[in-house]
Design a protein around this ligand. Structure first.
Ligand code: NAD
Ligand code: IPM
Ligand code: MN
Length: 359
């Protein structure tokens, strides 16, 4: 097949890890007889520096005209001034909103050969295989917000969490369909004991599941308790659906189950148009430019791109199998290497995956 893929390397380790993702996609194209046309565009802090905008028009247009997008990460201390007019992160939020990417799929799997990289005990982590479905274009990230000056010179700020029935239904439906294809268990996480917006999530979700997915095992967990259950009994969850902010926080926590942020990919999808694929981690300023970042999250995001946007399931599987094999052979970047175990760099890890990739 022919596909146009936009690369948005971004900031910090973004360019280092997307370079490995691109190499893997190029090898897939060559091995399986596809033509992938790549174009690279600016987003985030570097786009603010070069164009005065974290999401320049040319980037958005290229994304709209593409079949899929692979993004590294945005942000960093250089653009952290709380008084700045705009931030790198605004570019990422805008592209998600503009492309209607309301569902963010974040799989968290604890592979047997990596269990010792987890800070948690083996018997707790073993068997973990969760798909988080995070709502991505609503909630407190996009609600009304503002800042007012008080009479005494102090300030008051507000950020509002807003969700409509429609926004809840469409993301829950994606989660429920995924649960049906997996082990049939769906958990919804909210804070319905306190928040009105969560009570709407609960009513809408229960009604939808009863009407359209009565075959699923369905339960609800409050987000504070979920933060605990996620590290005390992670293997009891299958698909977990939740709002934008809760999903952001819980999946960073969840990254410690397999052992590193550098392992977790994500797919952001809407009802039509290109999907956006990215690692869940950020620009990792502490290790940027050192060639030590783990590229596997981005490589696995490329596998999700092949699966969800290009419908190339065998190719996606081939990439995932190659990653499994490299890990099983004992290759480790620094973030997942046990004490005393030799580690390899970003490029070498990418190369190992290329070598392991078979048709
Ligand atoms: P981070 O995810 O960048 O880093 C957290 C920790 O995980 C760091 O110690 C880092 O070294 C480590 N880490 C992350 N990715 C790694 C990888 N591939 N290999 C090895 N170690 C890895 O989070 P942060 O430090 O809180 O944020 C830094 C910047 O990134 C901020 O500006 C933030 O807004 C931004 N951010 C962007 C995205 C995105 O672009 N999608 C996501 C999260 C954070
Ligand atoms: C993520 C990030 C982003 C988010 C930031 C950088 C806007 O943390 O992709 O998880 O909060 O969604
Ligand atoms: Mn996050």
């Amino acid at each position: 097949m022919n596909a146009r893929i936009v690369l948005l390397p971004g900031d910090g380790i973004g360019p280092e890890v997307t370079a490995q993702g691109r190499k893997v996609l190029e090898k897939v194209a060559k091995t399986f007889g596809h033509t992938f046309e790549f174009s690279t565009h600016a987003i985030g802090g570097n786009a603010i520096d070069d164009f005065g905008d974290p999401l320049p028009e040319a980037t958005l247009t290229a994304c709209r005209n593409s079949d899929a997008i692979l993004l590294g990460a945005v942000g960093g201390p250089k653009w952290d001034d709380p008084n700045a007019k705009t931030r790198p992160e605004a570019g990422l939020l805008r592209i998600r909103k503009e492309l209607g990417l309301f569902a963010n799929l974040r799989p968290i799997t604890a592979q047997e050969c990596l269990i010792d990289a987890s800070p948690l005990k083996r018997e707790i982590v073993q068997g973990t295989d969760i798909l988080f479905v995070r709502e991505l274009t609503g909630g407190i990230y996009f609600g009304e917000s503002g800042l007012t000056k008080n009479a005494d010179g102090s300030e008051t700020a507000f950020s509002t969490a807003t969700y409509s029935t429609h926004e809840i239904e469409r993301v829950v439906r994606i989660a429920a369909i995924a649960a049906r294809q997996r082990s049939g268990h769906l958990t919804m996480v909210d804070k319905a004991n306190v928040l009105e917006v969560s009570r709407l999530w609960r009513r809408v979700t229960e009604r939808l599941i009863r009407a359209e997915f009565p075959d699923l095992k369905y339960d609800v967990v409050l987000v504070d308790a979920m933060a605990m259950h996620l590290i005390s009994r992670p293997s009891t969850f299958d698909v977990v659906v939740t709002s934008n902010l809760f999903g952001d926080i819980l999946t960073d926590e969840g990254s410690m189950l397999p052992g590193s942020m550098g392992l977790l990919p994500s797919a952001s999808i809407g009802s039509s148009g290109p999907g956006l694929y990215e690692p869940i981690h950020g620009s990792a300023p502490d290790i940027a430019g050192k060639g030590v970042a783990n590229p596997l999250a981005t490589i696995l995001a490329a596998a999700m791109l092949l699966r969800h946007s290009l419908k190339l399931e065998s190719e996606a599987k081939a990439v995932e199998t190659a990653v499994d094999q490299v890990l099983a052979q004992g290759f480790r970047t620094r973030d997942i290497a046990p004490k005393g175990h030799p580690s390899i760099g970003t490029e070498e890890m990418g190369q190992q995956v290329l070598d392991a990739l078979k048709s």
